[in-house]
Design a protein around this ligand. Structure first.
Ligand code: C2E
Ligand code: MG
Ligand code: MG
Ligand code: MG
Length: 291
């Protein structure tokens, strides 16, 4: 059992650590029942349009409310779900839950917002992934123009099945975002030929924004690249007001981060939508905390 796992995120799992191995095996088994037992939740993090301060969308982030361990973070359970194959059930559940919820909110808001959902590389290998997403959208009656699928660079590069799914979904109006952009290995030349609409600037580059030009180099380069390739740019991990100001000046389109709002439980997001029915509270003046 003490073999090294291939999936990223398990470097902690070293030779001979039987204790941890058993622990993970138990957790993996429990993960298989988590959806059916109602332990999975979706948290929603507001995505703000930098030019207006208005609500542009929300990112769905999975949360596992374990009965004895408390909230298990996705950094722990997503890699485990990928290894055990439970990612397919969890991914499908998150997508359906979030589509239904966001459709409700759209009906109460004066302007449409989009839903951004993280999709694992393994889900994109499913032969019927695009068909399944299409069927779900149709069944719920969700406008595909308001759906964004977030994928990582490595899920796209030389992955014919994944690319075909994204091409198919884009013909229906679904948009594709490259998550954590700049941390992977895709070449810039390749990027212009990928079925992609949005670049999400990784928060490690946002953290380097400190007012001096050297710190802004990568974020600025990604924003310029987006402008040239006609891709929207979304910055993640904005924690300081000055970072929002700098990104706005650089021409970044949208942003998310604790400075605006933390990921919110569905009920807290629901309250926010009710208060926003007559115009989104002008963030960041009305910073939103955790629920
Ligand atoms: P991600 O997609 O890049 O999501 C952004 C992460 O940054 C989230 O962590 C979010 O809570 C966190 N974050 C947001 N604003 C700030 C900030 O201002 N500062 C800092 N330090 N962090 C901020 P979270 O929710 O723990 O999710 C971690 C990762 O797990 C996600 O990274 C995503 O890759 C994965 N993940 C989450 N939910 C799902 C899911 O439903 N399916 C899949 N396949 N992956 C998921
Ligand atoms: Mg994401
Ligand atoms: Mg991200
Ligand atoms: Mg990230």
């Amino acid at each position: 059992v003490a073999k090294r796992r291939r999936t990223h995120g398990w470097q902690v799992y070293v030779e001979g650590s039987m204790e941890l191995g058993r622990e993970l095996a138990v957790l993996g088994e429990e993960l298989g029942r988590a959806v059916a037992d109602g332990e999975m939740r979706v948290a929603y993090q507001p995505i703000v349009a930098l030019s207006s301060g208005g609500l542009a969308g929300v990112e769905a982030l999975a949360r596992w409310h374990h009965p004895t361990r408390g909230v298990v973070p996705p950094a722990t359970f997503i890699p485990l779900a990928e290894e055990t194959g439970h990612i397919h059930g969890i991914g499908a559940w998150v997508l359906e839950e979030a589509l239904v919820r966001v459709k409700e909110w759209q009906e109460r808001l004066p302007k449409s917002i989009y839903l951004s959902v993280n999709v694992s590389a393994l889900q994109l290998e499913r032969p019927r992934f695009a068909a399944e997403v299409g069927e779900l959208i149709d069944r719920i009656g969700y406008d595909p123009a308001n759906l964004v699928l977030e994928v990582t660079e490595s899920a796209l590069v030389n992955e014919a099945t994944a690319l075909a799914h994204l091409v198919e979904l884009r013909t229906r109006g679904v948009r594709v975002a490259v998550d954590d952009f700049g941390t992977g290995y895709s070449s810039l030349q390749y990027l212009s030929r990928l079925p992609v609409d949005i670049l999400k600037i990784d928060r490690s580059f946002v953290a380097e924004l400190n007012g001096d030009p050297a710190g802004a180099a990568v974020a600025e380069a990604v924003i310029r690249l987006g402008q040239v390739l006609k891709l929207d740019t979304v910055a993640e991990g904005i924690e300081q007001p000055a970072q929002a100001t700098e990104l706005t000046m650089l021409g970044c389109d949208n942003a998310q981060g604790y400075h605006f709002a933390e990921p919110l439980a569905a009920d807290a997001m629901d309250d926010l939508v009710s208060r926003a029915a007559h115009g989104w509270p002008s963030l960041p003046e009305e910073r939103v905390g955790t629920a």
